[in-house]
Write a protein that binds this ligand. Structure first.
Ligand code: DC
Length: 226
């Protein structure tokens, strides 16, 4: 059976991670969270005192950075060199900093090659902001998943509480709006649906229903390639 590349783009908190993981499980595909890579760059920049505006230092950082995903008992973990940094990249501070470094062309260029390498064997579900537009313009099935801001903010608020990183709902909503604005208005690879993306709004849909809708499109594609 033909191995597909599936992309899921969309704003923060739209449910991309949950549905991408579920699709990858069902299809027995790899799941690649590209936001984690930008968070990895942000984490290392912060650790080395590099400002997200310092293009020159960011370039040097990216040239020496070794980010990779490792599957172990805890799930899929992000390693930078020999260190598992997964537990440090999900804070609200890292979200804003990832958004800031992701606007830098040198960072995008460095991660573009890495992401394409990860997709070389296909059979993968990629989630991010520019998967269908820039990284995999020839992807087999592209989705753009969105939801109203308040719904996305309440979902993220709940997630942060579960991770023992509580933040009040208003602050989450404000940060999210700012991050969406940064991500959609940057010059390089802004967040937007690919022309051939299937748009899904999860505001009034359960996760299961979103997964079912996506699986229907994927199965149609698989059937068309047989
Ligand atoms: O998906 P996330 O919230 O973990 O992503 C963190 C930030 O990384 C997001 O605000 C913008 C950036 N990002 C990006 O620019 N391109 C991607 N493909 C994925 C994430």
């Amino acid at each position: 059976m033909k191995k597909l590349v599936i992309t899921i783009d969309g704003p923060a908190g739209a449910g991309k991670t949950t549905v991408s993981k579920a699709l990858a499980d069902r299809l027995q595909y790899k799941y690649i969270d590209t936001g984690a890579l930008y968070r990895g760059v942000a984490f290392e920049a912060k650790a080395k005192g590099i400002s997200p505006d310092d293009e020159h230092q960011l370039e040097a950082l990216c040239n020496n950075l070794e980010l990779r995903f490792v599957r172990n008992k805890k799930g899929v973990r992000l390693y930078s060199g020999e260190s598992d940094i997964s537990d440090y990249i999900r804070t609200p501070e890292m979200s804003m900093m990832a958004s800031a470094v992701s606007a830098r062309p040198v960072v995008r260029k460095a991660l573009l090659g890495l992401q394409r390498k990860m997709g070389a064997e296909k059979a993968a579900v990629f989630e991010g902001r520019d998967m269908g537009t820039v990284v995999f313009p020839g992807a087999d099935v592209k989705f753009f998943l969105t939801a109203d801001l308040i719904i996305r903010a309440s979902r993220r608020h709940k997630e942060l509480e579960e991770k023992k990183l509580p933040q009040n709902l208003e602050a989450v909503e404000k940060d999210m709006a700012r991050r969406d604005n940064n991500d959609s208005s940057r010059e390089v690879a802004p967040l937007k649906p690919a022309d051939d993306a299937i748009l899904i709004d999860s505001t009034e849909c359960s996760v299961e229903s979103v997964i079912e809708q996506m699986m229907k499109h994927i199965n149609e594609k698989i059937a068309a390639t047989l």
